[in-house]
Design a protein. Structure first.
Length: 271
């Protein structure tokens, strides 16, 4: 071929051709015009400080409101009596000893389960505490008689089977025993539930016929029976409470609970 022969005659012709071809490729590539890139926008942080301040203020107000409310405690939470002894049962027997412990168990005295001795109930730690919720037989038919008999109990006279002053028949003795079963003697610290019960009642403009013959100086208030039962008094009829605030008698008439209170006798002036 002629160009091969020419290359043989001119040894420098091949390098020159390669260089020309390389430069041509470089020139062809450099002639491409690059499109200018658009500048990428820099993201800007939004100023949400007002929203954060408003949210934090609302959260603090809600927290202060919840703290101000607190936990509402019922004044009659301790009104439930203790469970009967038969429900408590006796202490469970000890678990059987292992084979290796039988020798030591024989040397030690055997512990036998004994019935749990319950402390006597004390009246005054809550509503109807120590008072049987079942109505006894023989309660007086009118509140005036019940208040008078409860005053005799408050004076320290104990009910007995024998006829005393003012008791001429079996009905009077039965009424006194029935009132004694629902009579409480409380102190200033323990009669708080009954004071709250008294404050919950409202003054009555009129009284039923059964309460018309009450003695003078007696205060009378009324309370819905459903409200009293919600406070823990399932059977409040005939309960009498003697405390430093006076003698309080609970008397149910229809769907109303009547609160009858007689002030304590004034202390005698010192001579």
């Amino acid at each position: 071929m002629p160009w091969i022969q020419a290359a043989r005659l001119s040894p420098w012709l091949l390098p020159v051709a390669i260089a020309v071809a390389a430069h041509g490729l470089w020139l062809a590539g450099s002639s491409v015009v690059e499109r200018p890139r658009r500048p990428t926008p820099v993201p800007r942080a939004a100023d949400n400080s007002p929203e954060l301040v408003r949210y934090s203020s609302q959260a603090s107000q809600a927290g202060s409101l919840a703290t101000g409310l607190g936990t509402l405690t019922l004044p009659f939470e301790s009104s439930l009596p203790l469970p009967p002894p038969e429900l408590l049962g006796s202490a469970p027997p000890p678990p059987p000893a292992a084979a290796g412990d039988q020798g030591r168990a024989q040397q030690q005295p055997t512990l036998r389960s004994r019935p749990v001795a319950l402390a006597p109930r004390q009246a005054g730690t809550g509503l109807a505490w120590g008072v049987d919720q079942s109505l006894p037989r023989g309660l007086p038919g009118d509140a005036a008689t019940a208040l008078g008999l409860a005053g005799q109990l408050d004076a320290g006279a104990e009910p007995s089977g024998e006829s005393g002053p003012g008791e001429k028949d079996d009905a009077s003795r039965l009424a006194r025993k029935a009132l004694a079963a629902r009579h409480l003697r409380l102190t200033t610290a323990s009669d708080r539930p009954y004071r709250i019960l008294w404050d919950s009642g409202s003054a009555a403009a009129s009284r039923p016929e059964d309460l018309a013959n009450l003695p003078e100086g007696v205060e009378v208030r009324r309370l819905p029976l459903a409200a009293a039962r919600a406070m823990g008094l399932s059977q409040p009829h005939g309960i009498s409470v003697a405390s430093p605030a006076g003698l309080l008698l609970l008397w149910v008439k229809g769907d109303e609970l009547w609160l009858i209170r007689r002030s304590p006798p004034a202390a005698a002036d010192p001579a």
